[in-house]
Design a protein around this ligand. Structure first.
Ligand code: ADP
Ligand code: MG
Length: 233
């Protein structure tokens, strides 16, 4: 599904340059649930943003579902992004003046899906995250965990090939975090490929593989026996 080879990324800062990713190699097969771990500043978000085509590497190769991601213009990159990738962020990134259903339906609007169809689909995905009854509520009326579940429904409604989540539980208490992880595990059980950035060991242990970044290189990459989130709730 994902294949990257010798990926490098530096940020220019005046006359200086900060080498953030220093030759990253890894691949992710369909159906994997991967945690990307590492301390703050180790390059986790930079890597995820490149995988998510929100940013570009300086050198190296990136292939997503067989498509080489290179030198794409903004329109083409946006098309691939919409078609291939779903995003979940620590801060939910919901639109405050739109209700839960409208938030989930928005990416479908950009896919030019007719109104009735996108409403139905959005409701179906809200139901899957256990929030059908909350469809008409604004984000301000939802708890943090509920907001993140809406964000996950929004990402999944577009049926991405890969779900990318940057610290999805970073703003949540541990009970709520485990609820969100239970949902992520359920989505992964259905065969979806998911990458999660986290610096929390208990969250990483709920994945199936841990890739450990340090100072821009992978220092460890191991499959693990997954801990089910249910056990903690
Ligand atoms: P992590 O997500 O692991 O905390 P990041 O990938 O966000 O790490 O950042 C890695 C390093 O790159 C940090 O030192 C950070 O300050 C720097 N960095 C991140 N984004 C930018 C940017 N847009 N411009 C300059 N430096 C950046
Ligand atoms: Mg980060």
């Amino acid at each position: 599904m994902i294949e990257i080879k010798d990926l490098h990324k530096s940020y220019k800062m005046g006359s200086n340059s900060l080498h953030v990713l220093k030759g990253i190699n890894f691949s992710v097969a369909e159906g994997e649930l991967v945690a990307i771990m590492g301390s703050s500043g180790s390059g986790k978000s930079t890597l995820l943003n490149i995988l998510g085509m929100l940013d570009e590497a300086d050198s190296g190769e990136y292939t997503l579902d067989g498509v080489p991601i290179k030198n794409l213009n903004e329109t083409k990159a946006a098309n691939y992004r919409n078609k291939f990738l779903g995003f979940v962020f620590q801060s939910f990134n919901l639109i405050n003046y739109k209700n839960a259903l409208e938030n989930v339906a928005l990416p479908l609007y950009y896919q030019r899906m007719p109104r009735k169809q996108r409403q139905e689909k959005a409701l179906k995905y809200l139901e899957q995250v256990g929030l059908k009854e909350w469809a008409t509520h604004l984000p301000s009326e939802l708890s943090g965990g509920q907001k993140q579940r809406v964000a996950i429904a929004r990402a999944m409604a577009a049926e991405p090939k890969v779900l990318l989540a940057d610290e999805p539980t970073g703003a949540l208490d541990s009970t709520t975090s485990y609820e969100v992880m239970e949902l992520i595990q359920k989505i992964n059980d259905e065969g979806n490929t998911i990458l999660i950035v986290t610096h929390e060991v208990d969250i990483a242990n709920m994945c199936k593989r841990i890739v450990h970044l340090k100072d821009g290189v992978i220092i460890e990459d191991k499959k693990i026996k997954q801990i089910r989130a249910k056990a903690h709730v």
